[in-house]
Ligand binder design. Structure first.
Ligand code: NI
Length: 203
């Protein structure tokens, strides 16, 4: 485990901890007895975005308001974490059958818009579930979406290939309601069975 991975894991624990606290006011009270209990009960994950899908069409958070959303941030050059996570998502969606899967819109947001053009995204998402939508845009648009979802990402020089870069990023699945409210998150290492069970249980 290298330092970067530890930093990502710690950032992840931060997000997980924050959402757990936001969802459980009593837990917040126990941990921080002197702070006021949050009454909205909503985690601050999610929000407005404007991006371009893998077909080159401009879309916003409102474009997917009829379905639950399974959100994942990553990039197509990611050597292992992203493909493994998206494969898990694909297996889970296949497992629950067409009817249940039709309630869920899987969204893959890139954190590497310089390389992940709509054409590159189209090619990439075709390797996974047929309903998976790839989202890219300008760096500014991508940063705004990542900020809304509390996603950490940073470009770092590749150790293996001189002149190349990779992108460190947090790797969670976020399950969002049709209205765009945060419901829960899963680590990218979630098993397809656990993810399928959660998706199948959606009302
Ligand atoms: Ni990745």
């Amino acid at each position: 485990m290298n330092l970067k991975l530890i930093v990502i894991l710690l950032a992840g624990l931060g997000i997980g901890g924050a959402s757990a606290i936001a969802l459980l006011p009593s837990a917040q009270q126990a941990l921080f007895p002197n702070t006021k209990t949050r009454t909205t009960g909503k985690a601050l994950i999610g929000g407005a975005f404007t991006l371009v899908n893998h077909k080159g069409q401009t879309v916003t958070d409102k474009s997917y308001s009829k379905r639950y959303k399974l959100v994942y941030f990553g990039f197509t050059y990611c050597p292992d974490v992203c493909p493994a996570g998206l494969q898990t998502m694909t297996v889970a969606l296949d497992k629950i059958g067409k009817k249940a899967a039709s309630k869920v819109q899987p969204l893959f947001f890139t954190v590497d818009p310089e390389r992940d053009t709509p054409a590159v995204m189209a090619d990439y998402v075709s390797s996974f579930h047929p309903t998976l939508v790839g989202l890219t845009g300008t760096m500014e648009q991508v940063k705004k979406a990542a900020r809304a979802y509390r996603i950490y990402f940073a470009k770092v020089k590749s150790k293996d290939v001189p002149g190349e870069y990779t992108v460190d990023h947090s790797s969670f699945f976020y399950l969002m309601s049709p209205e765009g409210a945060f419901l829960r998150h899963f680590p990218h290492s979630v098993s397809p069975e656990v993810l399928a069970k959660a998706l199948k249980a959606l009302p």
